[in-house]
Design a binder for this molecule. Structure first.
Ligand code: NAD
Ligand code: UGA
Length: 464
């Protein structure tokens, strides 16, 4: 078995994960492949205009690209060169047929399995990096090992043998490099067979890094494959559930005079609850929470666990409601008419420090405002290109790099993403350029509301 690694899928997961694996394993060659030529060209661009924005990523890519990290569209020769194959292709929510709107769409993933089988000329360890429904590894193994027969049964054993492991990724966008360099834990699920155990050992060695300098062995957790697959969905569902819980409480705070930031601070001081993921806001976005919770709902339904399915559906329902509530409150605060008013949306990415706009709350809110014939000026430090693609075809939307220009002559600023640039703006200057009365709706509670009020703004927050 050679030590080289190939990853199929050069997206938000494949790119950063493999860059850090290459950095921490200088004695291994790491190939990252994609069918998307434009994406690979961007990963290879001379001026490091990478296809995704992630703090610290450019530095890691500069360190290893061309040395032991290679981006390529030549999947065939990369698979031939490597005995360890990571699969990090997209697994979006299926939008057609059986399980539409809930199940995972596994077409990209299955195509990849067939590609690996077609190109492999030796035994391979295949590692699921994508987030997948429980028992996907069994399907993958069935496709990969189809027609081989079992050596021990004395019929066949011919052709490469594939051992499938699950190694879900827990990094969050915006902090990917930090999360990869010092993860809370690494999870590797494998079959409880001698080959399975040996394969798990190989992947443990990658995460331990050269000379054991990366992840401590105590943080590399191993389980069976099904536990690993389910843990990933469960972890995302638990995190999403916390956001929906705190947002459910935020509405009650607004109605009663309680303050959600105070409530969260005191709740979170209880070590049994913990302080993370208790920030009220516009609801969760991103490519994974919604899709993974829906996937869990579908799994529960499939196994006849209808009450559990309904329970997890509530997490999504609460999230949608939070975005609708933002528009209702804005509507009421702006005298029950939004038509032809100019609203400056500050931030379009689903969270700060990323240009990713998949499932961003700002997108949903923008569409609702568009239905009210609002003139929307959207600004974001990193997400304008993605945003333009998301909202293509909608009239009445302009995009501004400069937040001051976006706010000029606006009736309201609607802050949707907690970029650190926004609290640092000259809000006196913003106020002067706006129509009066000037409103700020800070859905992230990240601005100094008292200071804004002193400047003359009317201020709305979430949960207070
Ligand atoms: P992405 O869409 O950014 O990247 C996936 C890439 O796979 C695309 O570039 C696509 O062209 C490529 N691809 C699809 N089919 C292919 C094929 N047959 N051959 C070669 N390349 C192919 O998606 P992502 O955000 O990187 O997510 C990938 C997986 O990782 C998903 O299952 C997701 O749930 C999981 N995940 C994502 C994150 C995250 O922060 N984005 C975190 C943890 C887990
Ligand atoms: C999330 C998980 O945190 C990762 O562990 C996981 O690997 C990843 O999903 C995945 O599977 O893709 P990510 O979606 O990148 O990561 O970002 P988060 O930091 O989790 O934020 C998700 C959303 O929740 C954002 O819209 C964020 O603004 C929102 N959020 C988060 C809140 O509204 N309040 C909080 O307290 C925390």
């Amino acid at each position: 078995m050679n030590k080289n690694i190939v990853c199929i899928g050069a997206g938000y997961i494949g790119g950063p994960t493999m860059a850090v694996i290459a950095k921490m394993n200088p004695d291994r060659k790491v190939y990252v492949c994609d069918i998307n030529k434009k994406r690979i060209a961007a990963w290879n661009s001379w001026n490091y205009e990478l296809p995704i924005y992630e703090p610290g990523l450019v530095d890691v890519v500069k360190e290893v690209r061309g040395k032991n990290l290679f981006f390529t569209t030549d999947i065939k020769s990369a698979v031939k060169k490597c005995d360890i194959v990571f699969v990090g292709v997209n697994t979006p929510t299926k939008m057609f047929g059986r399980g539409a709107g809930r199940a995972s769409d596994l077409q990209f993933w299955e195509a990849t399995a067939r590609e690996i089988k077609g190109y492999a000329d030796g035994d391979k360890i295949v590692v699921e990096k994508s987030t997948l429904p429980v028992r996907t590894a069994a399907a993958m193994e069935a496709i990969l090992n189809e027609g081989r027969g079992k050596r021990e049964e004395g019929r066949g054993g011919e052709g490469p043998r594939f051992t499938v492991l699950s190694n879900p990724e827990f990094l969050a966008e915006g902090t990917a490099i930090k999360d990869l360099l010092s993860p809370d834990r690494v999870l590797i699920g494998g079959p409880e067979t001698p080959e399975g155990k040996a394969a798990v050992g190989e992947i443990c060695d990658i995460y331990a890094g050269k000379d054991g300098k990366w992840v401590a062995r105590s943080k590399i957790l191993t389980t069976n494959v099904w536990s690993a697959e389910l843990t990933k969905l469960a972890a995302n569902a638990m995190l999403a559930q916390r956001v929906s819980s705190v947002n459910a409480l935020a509405g009650l705070c607004e109605a009663t005079g309680a303050d959600i930031d105070e409530v969260a601070r005191v709740m979170g001081a209880d070590r049994r609850i913990g302080s993370k993921f208790l920030k009220a806001g516009p609801g969760f976005g991103g490519s994974c929470f919604k899709k993974d919770v829906l996937n869990l709902v579908y799994l529960c339904e499939t196994f006849g666990l209808h009450t559990a399915a309904e329970y997890w559906s509530g997490v999504i329902k609460m999230n949608d409601h939070q975005q609708e509530r933002i528009v209702s409150r804005l509507f009421k605060a702006m005298f029950n008419t939004l038509a032809n008013k100019k609203i400056a949306m500050f931030g379009f990415a689903f969270k700060a420090d990323t240009g990713d706009t998949r499932e961003t709350p700002a997108g949903y809110v923008a569409r609702l405002l568009n239905e009210e014939h609002v003139r929307l000026a959207i600004t974001d430090p990193k997400a304008i290109e993605n945003g333009k693609r998301d909202l293509a075809g909608l009239d009445g939307i302009t995009w501004e790099k400069d937040p001051y220009k976006a706010a000029k002559d606006a009736d309201a600023v609607l802050l949707m993403t907690d970029w650190k640039e926004y609290p640092a703006l000259d809000w006196g200057k913003v106020f002067k350029s706006m129509r009066k009365p000037a409103l700020v709706f800070d859905t992230r509670n990240c601005l100094d509301a008292a200071a804004l009020k002193r400047l003359g703004f009317r201020v709305l927050n979430v949960g207070k």
